[in-house]
Write a protein that binds this ligand. Structure first.
Ligand SMILES: CC(C)(COP(=O)(O)OP(=O)(O)OC[C@H]1O[C@@H](n2cnc3c(N)ncnc32)[C@H](O)[C@@H]1OP(=O)(O)O)[C@@H](O)C(=O)NCCC(=O)NCCS
Length: 286
């Protein structure tokens, strides 16, 4: 079991950001081994403050573990990109170790169908199903929103995180570490704010080779349905196209009808298979 640093977990449920592309929160990239992964699941992960010692678990080469943001007793477990899919045995060994370390709950990164089945066999249950959508960038959307876009600066982070807390529910909310992860999940990222008299929305977009990712997108709830989400997406998708991205990916929770409607509105198409976030409650002590 490998203990990862925030930047190496993506969005979650994440993998090695610069090499993988997996995401952690809604808008997190795919976990499919054949597809780049980005950060959009509960991206917000903190450094898991526990040591594994010299003894590597059998799953150590294929699993990555971090602490769930804001909850020291919840771990996020994630198959490592570009490694063999772990076996249920490896996963259970990892869970035993987490139990011994006092963890009470485990959630997975956003898993592909193959990964999901292995984790289900290890006793996990479904926490959330995610739509996976793709955009070929042939027709980028236009927006008539008057909101002005500008590059986000370090001093904007507090306002961005406050907006994020208002836009997302607690499970999908993001903290400062999560924001850093979303920005670091791909080799190149773009972080833009939509402004009126204050921050009205923000978007984090990423590029890895010829793939692009919508890592995070949120609009102030007082400003929904004014074209701000479309404005941010239009900017992000055009940026990808300018840099020869061939396909943009995004994911969102199955119950997030506004986000799904927005992505379809700007030209994303649903992929035939989505992603799944699983969870398991651990026994007390061993
Ligand atoms: C999803 C979200 C970004 C949309 O932002 P927005 O600025 O309200 O979206 P827009 O005004 O640009 O909407 C464009 C189109 O998307 C669709 N749409 C957006 N919100 C919708 C809703 N609540 N219901 C139905 N359709 C909706 C509509 O087709 C809309 O066009 P219309 O208003 O002319 O009918 C916003 O609701 C949000 O921040 N939600 C919480 C965070 C979130 O879920 N982020 C996405 C994570 S993957």
């Amino acid at each position: 079991m490998e203990v990862t640093e925030p930047t190496s977990i993506a969005g979650r449920q994440v993998r090695t950001p610069r090499a993988s592309n997996r995401s952690a929160a809604p808008c997190l990239p795919p976990a499919l081994s054949s597809v780049p992964r980005v950060a959009f699941v509960p991206v917000p992960l903190e450094l898991l403050l526990m040591t594994t010692g010299d003894r590597a678990l059998s799953g150590g080469r294929t699993l990555r573990v971090a602490v769930w943001r804001g909850d020291a007793q919840t771990a996020v477990i994630s198959p490592r990109p570009d490694h063999l899919t772990p076996t249920p045995f490896m996963i259970r060994e990892c869970l035993d170790e987490l139990t011994r370390k006092g963890m009470r709950q485990v959630v997975t990164s956003a898993l592909s169908p193959l990964e999901r089945d292995v984790f289900l066999a290890a006793g996990f249950v479904v926490r959330e199903r995610l739509h996976l959508l793709a955009h070929d960038l042939r027709h980028c959307p236009d927006s008539s929103s008057p909101a002005r876009l500008r590059r986000a600066r370090g001093a904007d982070r507090a306002a961005v995180l406050a907006l994020d807390r208002r836009a997302f529910d607690r499970f999908w909310g993001m903290d400062d570490a999560g924001l850093s992860e979303a920005l670091a999940a791909t080799p190149i990222s773009r972080f833009r704010l939509a402004m009126d008299h204050q921050v009205a929305g923000y978007g984090v977009f990423g590029r890895a080779g010829d793939r692009g990712y919508v890592q995070r997108l949120a609009v102030d709830p007082d400003r929904f349905r004014r074209g701000i989400g479309t404005r941010l997406l239009a900017d992000g998708l055009r940026w990808m196209r300018r840099h020869h991205v061939r396909q943009a990916m995004v994911n969102t929770q199955e119950g997030n009808d506004p986000a799904l409607a927005l992505y379809l509105h700007v030209g994303f198409r649903l992929e035939p298979t989505g992603l799944t976030v699983l969870t398991q409650t651990l026994p007390v002590g061993l």
